[in-house]
Ligand binder design. Structure first.
Ligand code: ADP
Ligand code: MG
Length: 381
């Protein structure tokens, strides 16, 4: 894999695929961890008089949508603030043009372009025409085959790993090849199928896998429990059942939960996981489960955490995620956490800087840890 140092940058244009899929609240960036992580790369390229075409996806919009809620505009504003300079912005690919040396242009959300999710080579050729060297920094998306990740790596004149990606691969590679045992996985969040899929291989090496968030709901359903109106993924129920059958003592499924009518409810109620009513929504793990997870984190050798335990953005449903963040911060284990919302939670609960490593990847992080080759990284070689 080439790196930034392999190129003579003055006058060249970097096609910088970053991971700017950050939490946004009320039109403002709510957590800058993923932006902060790529700022040194941007500064370094600009200092070397390279032009930059900065691109990222944001959320999961329908392709072709013009709804402003999918716009990278809030990221543009935050970038301008952090870099202390105006950020040129191309609202559509049609309007984009090649920047000159020392100039940066941010492209609108790649997933608004038709063909992005399908990895369309024609779309990739249009991205490639804007610059010279594809630079991959989007570790958090490296498990995907979107056009701006894989087809672009092939369509661009040349390609390399950015310093952030290099660091992610080196640090996580270390945790993967020589884990301190026992290894504990804590998996949660809303991207159920991505993360649950990764648990299949991790189940072979982990001593325990503690599940929260939407993944826990899917496991509770797989155990035959009623989960009311909770977020879950019916298509993953069978996989969860198979995992439970194959590894009966491996999974730690919450025995109690916090329920409410919905995430905007002013308060939640703690209940045993087998007493959830038809109109309840499970929005956090319960206090007994939080204690159990924290105890396991304290006695583990390595803890890998991806995905919030509940809707931590709202105070009544934050306790489970806070318990995990605090336990990670004080554990003697080698602790790694990652994901857009997970990093926001790590910061919110004062654990930033107290973990051994934080990665920008969420689902990609879990796939990397299970030993999978990530398509976007493979495309650089
Ligand atoms: P990450 O960005 O860290 O990879 P995800 O994007 O998969 O994590 O999921 C994070 C989101 O999951 C959080 O915003 C949180 O509100 C939501 N979440 C967690 N638990 C639940 C739940 N039980 N019901 C609904 N949403 C949940
Ligand atoms: Mg997320």
């Amino acid at each position: 894999m080439k790196t930034l140092a392999d190129f003579d940058w003055p006058g060249k244009v970097a096609l910088l695929r970053a991971e700017l899929n950050v939490p946004v609240k009320d039109g403002k960036v709510a957590d800058t961890a993923r932006i902060d992580a790529v700022l040194p790369t941007i500064r370094d390229l600009l200092e070397h008089k390279a032009g930059i075409v900065l691109m990222s996806h944001f959320g999961r919009p329908p392709e072709g949508s013009s709804d402003p809620k999918w716009s990278l505009a809030p990221v543009r504003a935050k970038l301008a603030e952090l870099l202390e300079r105006e950020i040129a912005f191309s609202p559509s690919l049609d309007e984009a043009s090649r920047p000159s040396g020392g100039e940066l242009v941010l492209l609108e959300n790649t997933r608004l372009n038709r063909g992005e999710k399908a990895g369309d080579p024609d779309l990739a050729a249009r991205y490639a025409a804007l610059g010279d060297v594809f630079v991959l920094e989007a570790f958090g998306s490296a498990h995907r085959k979107d056009a701006s990740l894989v087809a672009l790596a092939q369509a661009a004149g040349d390609r390399c790993a950015g310093p952030l990606l290099e660091r992610e691969v080196a640090m996580l590679g270390k945790a993967r090849s020589a884990p301190r045992l026992p290894q504990l996985i804590v998996a949660g969040g809303a991207k159920i199928s991505d993360k649950l899929g990764a648990l299949v291989n991790l189940a072979e090496t982990a001593e325990h896998i503690a599940v929260g968030g939407g993944i826990a709901n899917t496991f509770l359903a797989a155990q035959g429990k009623s989960i009311g109106k909770s977020l879950w993924e019916p298509e993953m129920k069978e996989k969860a059942q198979q995992l439970l059958d194959l590894h009966p003592d491996l999974f730690i499924v919450p025995g109690d939960v916090i329920v409410a009518a919905g995430p905007d409810a002013p308060a939640g109620i703690a209940k045993p996981a087998n007493e959830v009513d038809a109109d309840d929504m499970i929005l956090d793990i319960g206090p007994a489960a939080s204690k159990r997870f924290a105890d396991e984190i304290a006695r583990a050798g390595t803890v890998i955490w991806a995905g919030a335990m509940g809707v931590f953005e709202s105070a009544p449903f934050a306790a489970g995620t806070e318990a995990v963040a605090s336990a990670m911060a004080s554990s003697e284990a080698y602790t790694v956490a990652g994901g857009g919302e997970t990093l926001a939670a790590v910061r919110q609960f004062g654990a930033f800087g107290k973990l051994d490593y934080t990665t920008t990847g969420g689902s990609a992080f879990l796939e990397f840890m299970e030993g999978k080759e990530l398509p976007a990284i493979a495309a650089l070689q």
